[in-house]
Design a protein around this ligand. Structure first.
Ligand code: ADP
Ligand code: MG
Length: 220
């Protein structure tokens, strides 16, 4: 199926409008704009390449975390542009996204893909490197109930990590259930959304927030 990706900024707008907490993220089309936005948001910030063709931003050298000053914004901006030009020369780069550096949390992933028989299927799992390494995920056909959301979270193998493993804070499971329910509703109300990932979501003792979003629409 032909698909076109929204940029991270567009994807986060869509997700935020559906009531899902996301890190405040602003598109900057030049280095000067990036510096101005960073100053307005307050340091430290994160810079990421914005291009419809660059789907895996880190792989292209397109993510700079913990950027702490004007000078670091300028350096990060140049490094991103140089690296993306080298790794994906044909990519059309619109600019960078500037966002607040979120405090660390337990990284989880919430996703949606379409099954030819069942339609939209929701996924929940541990995020970051773990998701690729151990594929510890659960699935439900959308739309889901709160009971489904609660079960999806509790049936992953790594659930103990969310409950406060070895003295760590337990995370806010209700906030994660809310997020799954809102993704389910978003998908229900936007049939042209073919795929979606919130990866990662940072889960905290109180609340949870998406720091990256990927949305693919059915191409018209
Ligand atoms: P990719 O396109 O490579 O998935 P991400 O936007 O997910 O790029 O960024 C890569 C990693 O950087 C994330 O998995 C997360 O650990 C970290 N990260 C991204 N955005 C933020 C942020 N706003 N605050 C803190 N950490 C972040
Ligand atoms: Mg990501």
């Amino acid at each position: 199926m032909a698909m076109e990706h929204l940029t991270e900024v567009e994807a986060k707008d869509l997700v935020q409008k559906a009531g899902i907490p996301v890190v405040e993220t602003v598109l900057a089309r030049s280095k000067a704009e990036a510096e101005a936005v960073a100053r307005r948001l307050g340091f430290p910030v994160v810079l990421k390449v914005v291009s419809p063709e660059v789907v895996h931003k880190s792989d292209a050298g397109g993510v700079k975390l913990n950027v702490k000053s004007d000078i670091e914004v300028s350096q990060a901006y140049d490094e991103i542009m140089t690296s993306v030009k080298e790794k994906q020369p044909s990519a059309n780069v619109i600019g960078v996204s500037v966002q607040k550096m979120a405090r660390p949390g337990v990284e989880v992933i919430i996703g949606m893909s379409k099954d030819p028989d069942f339609g939209p299927v929701l996924m929940f799992g541990l995020g970051g490197v773990l998701v690729e390494l151990i594929k510890d995920v659960s699935f439900r056909i959308a739309p889901i109930t709160r009971q489904d959301a609660a079960e999806m979270i509790r049936e992953i193998k790594g659930f103990a990590l969310l409950q406060g493993y070895r003295g760590a804070d337990p995370v806010d499971l209700t906030a994660l259930e809310d997020m799954l329910l809102k993704v389910s509703a978003l998908v229900d109300q936007n049939p042209d959304v073919n795929e979606m990932d919130l990866n990662p979501v940072f889960a905290y003792r109180d609340g949870a927030i998406a720091v990256d979003a990927r949305v693919a629409l059915e191409a018209k």
